[in-house]
Design a protein around this ligand. Sequence first.
Ligand SMILES: C[S@@+](CC[C@H](N)C(=O)[O-])C[C@H]1O[C@@H](n2cnc3c(N)ncnc32)[C@H](O)[C@@H]1O
Length: 219
Amino acid sequence: MKLWVIGVGPGDPKLLTLAALEVLQKAELVFAPLMGSEASSRAYQVVKVFLPDHCKVVQLCFDGDERKISQTILDEIARYSCKEAVFLVLGDPLLYGSFFKLFPEIQKKADLEIRIVPGISAYQAMGARLGIPLAQGDEVVSIVPGTVSLERFKALLELSDTLLLYKLALFLRRDFLVSQDFCKGWIGENLSTDKEKIYPLSGDSRNLPYFSMAILKKT
Ligand SMILES: C[S@@+](CC[C@H](N)C(=O)[O-])C[C@H]1O[C@@H](n2cnc3c(N)ncnc32)[C@H](O)[C@@H]1O
């Protein structure tokens, strides 16, 4: 049994790879992660026009119970007895992707061949929109989740020429970022969707959507 883990990119279906499209167009069983507040999976919205009519889509609510979600995947695979299934991941599966939370549990219970199709990450979409190089020559880039401690964040900022700050809504010290006068920064919300907003970092402390990130560059 083969399980394809497909990176669907940041939101715009035009940013799907041809490799992803090839798998999606013949998919029989698709698993799509659903976040708490969503009515329909964002990753599914990206790919739905490409799926065959007979394809069964199972939306999986990521509520923190990885064991239960893994079991649902295994049960559905057994129920549909198909040779291949697909698990959708926003952006790239290897960068904070939801699948790898389930992988240890799934691997314990089933003999699945896992095949990964890379996807375009949010930072790539944002860099392209800004039209700025993320690194040149010997510059160093760090990818940092907004959940790191301020101490670790400061150390990484010191070491990096460019810092890609994911999970920005969970980073509580935006005031600290703005106070760094050696840094230039931008925020990107809902990149590559019709709700996309990109603007310079400011002290404004309004709530950000979960799908927001920042790019910081040393000046
Ligand atoms: C669980 S991580 C998934 C990252 C994804 N695998 C990737 O490669 O981009 C979720 C975080 O990625 C960022 N993100 C993903 N898609 C985004 C988008 N379309 N616009 C803005 N930020 C996004 C946000 O920081 C969000 O909190």
